[in-house]
Design a protein around this ligand. Sequence first.
Ligand code: NAP
Length: 356
Amino acid sequence: MEKIPVGILGATGAVGQKFILLLSDHPWFEIRELAASQRSSGKRYQDAVNWIQERPIPEAIREMMVKDCEPNLEGKMVFSGLDSSVAGEVEEAFAQAGYWVFSNAKNHRMDSDVPLVIVELNPEHLNMIPHQQKNRGWEGAIITNANCSATVLALSIGPLHKMFGLETVHVVTLQALSGAGYPGVASLDILGNVIPFISGEEEKIESETQKILGALDNHQFSPAPFTVSAHANRVPVEEGHLECVSVKLKQKAGPEEVTRCWQEFKGSEHELNLPSAPQQPVVVVSEEDRPQPRRDVWKYEGMSALVGRVRPCPLFDIKYVVLGHNTIRGAAGASLLNAELVLKKGMLSGLSAPAG
Ligand code: NAP
């Protein structure tokens, strides 16, 4: 069975490395192209990259030559882990040249014709793509996934919004260092410390969750009508964003009903059986002191949101904590799911998901 050739833009970065790990044994895709900045292009991948993963660089990737981010790569699909200083223009150039770009960068997430997708929550937002292509005169397309903290939050509040309706969401994040890329925050700033500011993060959490859980009607996204207030903090944790959330519901529900809602939640894409989709998008853990980043972040291959400490909230209705893997579910894994969904839905002409 022939696999579909794909490329990775920003292949040397923290997210790019996760793409390499997730795509290396993928049943449908095969990495044929790696691209990054001029600092890296023309070098063998193993010489260009500062590899920060525990697993070694896959054998087939080590000797591959890194190229420039020019839209002349093999295949029709590219995954982007590009720095936001360049992602905007580069991704547009690729889409214009006919590539389908699955992007992690913030640049196009809030564009009025670009879907911001979490496959379990808003797969119907992909219906914007033909309009985007017509609008921009593109044969390709840009599909984005959300900011890492917004993804973790949306996965947990999404099922509640669908079942009970949300009025207000308050979230305090404790975000891992890997969310800042490499080398990220200086060690002297973060060791034994918490930094109560991450530039632009609170705004992204607030607006992106509303776009994801909002409606698409007549080629227009309208934000979900609940209020979100976010506090973002950087903490000395390697991987995994922990978020303390309080929600006010339209239709009142107690901890047991809310827990059942998460346990029974299956995304509408569930029956499509995407290879990277977790069995259970939201897993409720029962121990009173879990989930914890170091102990739990790799559970379910880092693709589920782990919810714990579900209890009544004296200010709103319910409070809980949620943990998600920021560079897997919050970045590369989310893009990969979007690409799998696009293929499975047959949206990319001439390409289809391999059978089996
Ligand atoms: P990173 O480690 O700094 O990697 C950035 C990548 O962009 C590198 O491959 C770099 O290549 C490439 N790049 C930089 N300047 C370039 C240029 N002028 N032309 C072409 N390529 C260039 O960043 P990251 O943490 O992986 O994040 C990547 C993107 O994903 C960002 O937009 C970020 O906001 C987003 N994101 C990150 C996370 C996370 O948890 N880390 C989560 C969600 C979304 P060189 O190595 O050659 O410089």
